[in-house]
Design a protein around this ligand. Structure first.
Ligand code: GAL
Length: 328
């Protein structure tokens, strides 16, 4: 009997481990991603919420003609802010379009979410106390001078989300951002700040609707953006890109034993051909999909035609504390 139990445990362990590992390559995306209606998925700078056995993908709707904002020293290409889309899936392969989760408003230049503004990098988490889904998003003026973190809420995961307003956390600029919910239910906003020179991580209030006074500066003067944070074996891993606008560059990662840091920087997690441009992409989210195995999600921007921007989803592994992303 003992032998049978042992064999069963061994089989189950092998099945679960290899199951998780073999599952990830099958999830890889290299280019277009289509929904169940065969339309291209329009969800850029995306993040994923896992709730009640369903994955919800939220991203920027990029639609319309791309134009370049005049008198900017950098290539500020833009489309009208299209709001935030939502797709759902139970297997991370088949994505059902759920509609527009956060609608922009028209002809209201005073509103943060007017189509003439910037609405980027949405991330959604669920608050078990308030039973609300909370979306944080980078809102900005078309020249990126506003630099605020916006928040919206919904009673249902796919929305529609109600926009509440935006803030500069503790008076600090907030551009590229992500949100991280820890195992203890506490949540954190991580954002490029201080003119993109330094990143910050700020603890959110219990209802997730406000930044608290607790925040730390990290990657000081390193000029990093596109943050994607995940946890592995009690450590926090932060993947970021360099600041080169819509053009790709090499990712790096940093590791901390507390979410607020300090973070120690390591090199590029990508290996193989194309590693120095993150395989022509920029990080947006890292989703846990198995033990030590994650899905690295990134955007392959088409800067002169943003609507045509594609996706790169690749397996990310943590081996002995070392992060590895391969394009194969
Ligand atoms: C990128 C950033 C994007 C977008 C873009 C504008 O570096 O990661 O989210 O803001 O700049 O050029």
């Amino acid at each position: 009997m003992k032998h049978i139990i042992f064999a069963f445990i061994l089989f189950a362990t092998l099945f679960l481990t290899t199951g998780a590992f073999s599952q990830v390559p099958g999830l890889s995306v290299n280019g277009k991603l289509y929904d169940t209606n065969k339309n291209p998925v329009n969800a850029h700078g995306a993040g994923i919420l896992y709730y009640n056995g369903v994955y919800y993908l939220f991203g920027e709707i990029k639609k319309g003609k791309t134009w370049r904002v005049p008198k900017q020293s950098w290539e500020d290409y833009r489309v009208p802010a299209g709001g935030i889309s939502c797709y759902s899936s139970t297997d991370l392969r088949n994505w059902k379009y759920e509609g527009v989760a956060l609608s922009p408003v028209k002809n209201d230049p005073k509103s943060d979410i007017d189509t003439g503004k910037v609405i980027e990098r949405p991330k959604v988490i669920y608050n078990t106390k308030t039973k609300q889904f909370v979306m944080w998003v980078h809102v900005d003026a078309k020249d990126y001078s506003y630099s605020q973190a916006g928040v919206a809420v919904s009673k249902t995961p796919a929305g529609p989300y109600k926009y509440i307003g935006s803030v500069k956390p503790n008076g600090n600029m907030a551009r590229d951002m992500t949100v991280f919910k820890d195992d203890d239910g506490k949540a954190y906003l991580i954002y490029s700040s201080e003119q993109n020179n330094t990143m910050q991580v700020c603890s959110l209030s219990d209802d997730y609707l406000h930044p608290t006074k607790t925040y730390k500066r990290l990657l000081i003067n390193r000029r990093r953006e596109a943050p994607a944070l995940f946890k592995n074996r009690g450590k926090y891993y932060l993947v970021t890109s360099s600041c080169t606008g819509w053009s790709p560059n090499a990712a790096t990662y940093a590791v901390a034993t507390h979410v607020l840091g300090p973070y120690k920087e390591y090199g590029n997690p990508c290996t193989g051909p194309g590693a120095n441009t993150t395989f022509q992409s920029q990080s947006t989210y890292v989703l846990p999909v198995g033990k030590n195995t994650y899905l690295f999600m990134a955007d392959r921007w088409d800067k002169t035609d943003l609507e045509k921007s594609d996706y790169i989803w690749l397996p990310l592994k943590v081996n002995n504390g070392k992060v590895e992303i391969k394009n194969n």
